[in-house]
Write a protein that binds this ligand. Sequence first.
Ligand code: AMP
Length: 287
Amino acid sequence: MQTVHSIPEMSRLVEAVRCRGKTLGFVPTMGALHEGHLSLVKASVAACDITAVSIFVNPTQFGPGEDLDRYPRDLKGDAGLLEKAGCDFLFTLEKEAMYPQGFQTWVEVEHLPNHLCGISRPSHFRGVATVVTKLFNIVRPHQAFFGWKDAQQALVIRQMTRDLNFPIEIRLIPTIRDSDGLALSSRNRYLTPAQRKAAQTIPKALFKARDFFENGRREAKLLLAELHELFEGLPETQVEYISLVSTSDLEAVDEISKDTMLALAVRVGTTRLIDNYLFAKDESCSE
Ligand code: AMP
């Protein structure tokens, strides 16, 4: 595996891959890698000749007061994991190289960011769309891999890719969970044992939603009431949102169908956790 620290060097390597007629897969990350990230890398290694992974803690997707400064960083550990997973290029940049002085161009998707996480994080998806656009232009992959764990992000990227005619296939990969059901996340390491226990209510809520649907029940209002009840009185836990939305436009639904997604964001202590459940159980909606 080659570690690349500059945009011109990455462009040169990508050009060489393309000239040789090889396919290039790309996995953008913010590092502090876990098995969730590695499942994306493995999917890319399986589908493409060459795999590039970026590690960049993108300052423009963090709002004021969020955890940018304390976001976990472990480039050396990450490099070891990536090498083992079969990654060919690790691309990492300083923030000054990504956003040089005078930077003033942004990519904004109009509607999808107005829901769910976008309500409490108003500039988040603009930061995500902008950095992913830049990374797509630098890396020029044939396929790019994103996790359903961050479903709204995946939908925003898919929409942006269509709207801006990026010649890139967006591949969406199912969520990898720990043995207690909690979705793997770089932020889980912030949780104390007591908070981790409280956080297990999140996968419990997803299972409850699955059972509700499998029992033939469809009323969104009733399920939402049952789910809110699960979190009542939990120590250090605050629900930001629990929503039942359409996977096409993220608008709230009254009746649950196979196109519905349960999405939730919960703050446990100072850690904000998100998760989701697709009633269709088809997380492989690539295109
Ligand atoms: P991040 O480093 O948090 O920006 O995540 C990089 C990519 O990994 C994103 O596409 C995430 O959706 C994906 N990802 C994060 N956690 C998981 C997980 N538990 N399972 C699958 N993919 C994940």
